[in-house]
Ligand binder design. Structure first.
Ligand SMILES: *Cc1c(COP(=O)(O)O)cnc(C)c1O
Length: 496
């Protein structure tokens, strides 16, 4: 299987796509076609464990890796999760399910891919004969950073550096990152919001000058953000697995179509669901849930992407994003895989902050996707209501998705299609906000929040969060975005 750039020009193997992260002209790598999963293959996957299912899906795209190696990597990755199922499906009412993707080492869905990515990258370097040291650069809205640090810590031949927006992550997320252990890690706060941070990191990737400076130091940049296909591929697997779990538990029959509702920021998670559909998984609709930063809701209803709007800091910080990188991959598909058109739109987005798609393209997107959003009150109400009705506690991001799923069900009362709401974080990752939603109580301190939330819900506290309090803070640097590359150099030269 080969991969091409959404902006044209390049055609590379899976290993090369993962090692590079981003194509030379700034485009994203996409598979040359969508590998099909037949009905027989789906049937065969029913009896498999999660790592086996995941390896099957990965190998469909990454056939330059060996299947056994992928399986071993998946076994090792998902062993790090708490409990015996890395992504349990919980039924909350008739036709409504929650897919819990937060049982990994950092309690957010990013672990589903970032526990596997280090293997894909290291092995990819071997396959491509890369000799340089790899420096993984990450821009994070909170959860990717920690999951990447945890995944790559002490990995051979790799260093990892994470930039996060100074004022744009929760206190728990910040503490998780700044206490990170490992000899090859670095964490730096950047003044500004996530979009500033992500744009600055992309600019470092796109700079020939920086690449040359690093090459002279025997360093090659790679990315652990969801622009890297190595992030996307492992995410496709859990959509298959959730579907198979519904079949195994007799909730649906093989072949029945289902819906997914996904809390969305950079459009990576929901794009993986779209890829699963294109591979033949019986998926009907994908509901794209946003918070008050509802640029995607507007895009899906108007066919115009416009970042000229107020940026809100919400209680679902991992979705506080105005420029959703992975949308470029969907645009590429609906333009009929037209790299020229895709490149033009991305240029318009960069220069004018706005682009339009054609009515035909919009209709094609709306045949699968619809969007909705939750404001801050909606999130509180939705978390509270589900807790009262069922005793189930969800986090603020999942709360946004549940609101959108409920709205859909309300507007389509006769629709009996099973709805799977994707849950992306443990409620304990945002303890004060969830505590407030569930009990109306406000506490300042995250750990007091955890304690009280536990008292109110009796839900088990993940070990990785309860032990955080006692860890020393290792990283305290804050920089302006113009100074980010200086920090990269200092890190490469071992000067910090
Ligand atoms: C990253 C993240 C999201 C958004 O996922 P995308 O793939 O960026 O759309 C939603 N919820 C949580 C908790 C996250 O960490």
């Amino acid at each position: 299987m080969y991969f091409v750039s959404t902006r044209g020009g390049e055609r590379v193997t899976g290993a090369r796509a993962i090692v590079k992260g981003l194509s030379d002209n700034g485009g994203l790598f996409v598979p040359e076609n969508f590998p099909a999963v037949s009905r027989e293959e789906l049937e065969a996957m029913l009896g498999m464990s999660y790592p086996e299912r995941a390896a099957k899906v990965l190998y469909k795209y990454l056939d330059d890796y060996d299947e056994k190696g992928l399986l071993d990597a998946c076994e090792a990755a998902y062993k790090k999760f708490e409990g015996n199922d890395p992504c349990p499906l919980v039924k909350i009412s008739e036709g409504m399910y929650i897919l819990e993707l937060f049982h990994g080492p950092t309690c957010a869905f990013k672990d589903m891919a970032l526990t596997v990515l280090p293997y894909l990258l290291r092995k990819g370097c071997d396959i491509c004969g890369v000799k340089e040291e790899i420096l993984v650069l990450v821009a994070t809205s909170g959860d990717t950073g920690k999951a990447a640090l945890e995944g790559f810590k002490d990995a051979d031949g790799v260093k990892i550096m994470v930039f996060y927006p100074d004022d744009g992550v929760s206190s728990m997320q910040k503490l998780q990152m700044c206490t990170q252990e490992g000899n090859n890690v670095n964490v730096v706060a950047v003044k500004g919001n996530f979009d500033d941070c992500q744009t600055a990191v992309k600019n470092i990737f796109n700079s020939a000058e920086y690449a040359k400076i690093l090459k002279d130091k025997n360093v090659l940049l790679s990315s652990a953000n969801s622009i890297n296909f190595g992030r996307l591929a492992p995410q496709i697997a859990y959509y298959f697995s959730a579907y198979l779990d519904l079949v195994s538990s007799d909730q649906i029959k093989m072949g029945d179509e289902i819906d997914f509702c996904v809390p969305t920021g950079n459009f990576g998670n929901i794009l993986a669901a779209y890829y699963a559909k294109r591979m033949g998984l019986p998926v009907r609709r994908l509901h794209c849930a946003s918070n008050m930063n509802n640029v995607l809701t507007d895009f899906l209803s108007k066919g115009e992407y416009d970042v000229h709007r107020e940026f809100y800091k919400t209680t679902s910080p991992s979705m506080d994003i105005l420029v959703s990188s992975n949308l470029e991959r969907l645009l590429f598909e609906v333009s009929g895989r037209d790299a020229k058109v895709t490149a033009e739109r991305m240029k318009e987005l960069k220069e004018q902050g706005v682009y339009r798609i054609t009515p035909k393209e919009q209709a094609d997107i709306n045949a699968v996707f619809d969007g909705g959003f939750a404001d801050e009150d909606d999130v509180v109400e939705t978390i509270y209501d589900l807790f009262c009705d069922t005793g189930y506690t969800m986090d603020t991001h999942t709360g946004c998705a549940m609101k959108v799923a409920n709205d859909w069900k309300y507007k389509n009362k006769k629709d009996t299609t099973e709805m799977v709401v994707v849950s992306t974080a443990s409620p304990y990752k945002f303890p004060q906000d969830v505590l407030y939603a569930v009990t109306g109580n406000d506490v300042r301190d995250s750990f007091k929040g955890i304690k009280r939330l536990h008292a109110a819900t009796a839900m088990a506290v993940p070990k990785s969060l309860s032990t955080l309090r006692d860890k020393p803070v290792r990283f305290k640097t804050t920089v302006h975005k113009e100074k980010m590359f200086d920090e990269v150099l200092k890190f490469v030269e071992g000067k910090n």
